[in-house]
Design a protein around this ligand. Structure first.
Ligand code: UDP
Length: 330
């Protein structure tokens, strides 16, 4: 009998973690899901509890942990500005101590690691669209710094554990991603706009709504994770060296770029019964003006590109939030 591969997913009860657990189970893995439920919720993974190949461990990754896994996917960290700004010190700790614990475990057990980094490591970028070789424009002491700098140090640790100890760690810089299982009070723009539109509440545009973001549907991202982890390490290293990168790092996002105002208008078009109006509120500090990934490298290395356009992904996400609202009223 062929034994299943074993995967550990940190941050498994979060939005992306829950999708990844489902995908790994579908791919035949035995999955250990780790989460401290700070921003994640068991509701995202309840349906998996009866699966004999799935187990859940309530644990905070700032503390060491043990287990023998083939692959570790490190997703644990509050990722929404309102959440990470509420507990900034814990946020930095979950990035920095969290990845150290993951990398130490990988070093001892020879597990492969996929670390989720973020487009936030580019800060308020001066290069557009953002390429992996761009070093960023980041404030070290601002209200976003706990997340941005925590994730930057985590990248440094990944690069050094690879160079110094040979740990097989692969990094993805995730650009704004959305879809079902986002927390309704997540505070990010897509979940906010949909929840506001469904409740006939004001749609809160920060600033004048002309800042841009590029929105990636969750399934596209998970596909990129799986392709990346399926690649031979020697191939990755020579690809990165060829492109002048000192570590295995890839942007993953959907390059379609929209202003926040366009997003609000599309949301209202897709919820035509809504009586919501657009209102303008002050732009939060350090809010990046523009963000759009250059995914040339991911395309070349993974043979991957996002498939779900914003209109379609938004429709699926609206359907999810509609059923969530209906079930909470039932
Ligand atoms: N935003 C907004 N209204 C909201 C929430 C966010 O206009 O209710 C804006 C926010 O200022 C930013 C963009 O939408 O310019 C994306 O914000 P989000 O928090 O989703 O992610 P970020 O890319 O800033 O981490």
């Amino acid at each position: 009998m062929k034994l299943s591969k074993k995967a550990l997913v940190t941050g498994a009860a979060g939005f992306l973690g829950s999708h990844l657990c489902r995908r790994l189970l579908a791919d035949g893995y035995e999955v250990t899901a780790l989460d401290n439920l700070f921003t994640g919720t068991k509701a995202n993974i309840y349906d998996l509890f009866g699966n004999p190949k799935f187990s859940f461990v309530l644990h905070d990754i700032t503390q060491p942990f043990w287990g023998q896994f083939d692959e570790i996917y490190n997703l644990a960290c509050p990722a929404s500005p309102i959440h990470y700004q509420k507990n900034p010190v814990e946020t930095t700790k979950s990035s920095v101590l969290g990845i150290m614990n993951v990398l130490d475990l990988a070093l001892k057990t020879k597990a492969m690691v996929l670390h989720t980094s973020t487009s936030e490591i580019y800060g308020d970028p001066l290069v557009h669209p953002q390429v992996e070789g761009y070093w960023g424009n980041v404030n070290t002491i601002g209200i976003r710094s706990c997340y941005d700098e925590g994730k930057r140090v985590a990248e440094t640790l990944c690069a050094d554990y690879h160079r110094e100890y040979g740990v097989d760690v692969r990094m993805v810089r995730i650009f704004n991603t959305y879809g079902p299982n986002m927390h309704p009070k997540d505070g990010r723009v897509i979940s906010n706009f949909i929840m506001q539109a469904l409740a006939n509440a004001d749609i809160t545009l920060f600033g004048d709504g002309s800042q841009t973001r590029s929105f990636q549907y969750c399934d596209d991202l998970i596909e990129a994770f799986r392709r990346y982890m399926g690649l031979d390490r020697v191939k990755i290293d020579s690809f990165m060296a060829e492109h002048g990168l000192g570590a295995a790092v890839l942007n993953t996002g959907n390059p379609g770029e929209y202003t926040i105002r366009e997003l609000a208008e599309e949301t209202l078009r897709q919820i035509p019964e809504s009586k919501s109006k657009l209102v303008f509120e002050p732009l939060p500090k350090d809010d990046p003006r523009r963000r759009k990934p250059d995914i040339t490298l991911a395309k070349a290395l993974l043979g991957w590109e996002p498939k779900v356009p914003l209109k379609e992904g938004l429709a699926r996400t609206i359907e999810y939030f509609r059923s969530l609202v209906a079930s909470s009223k039932a």
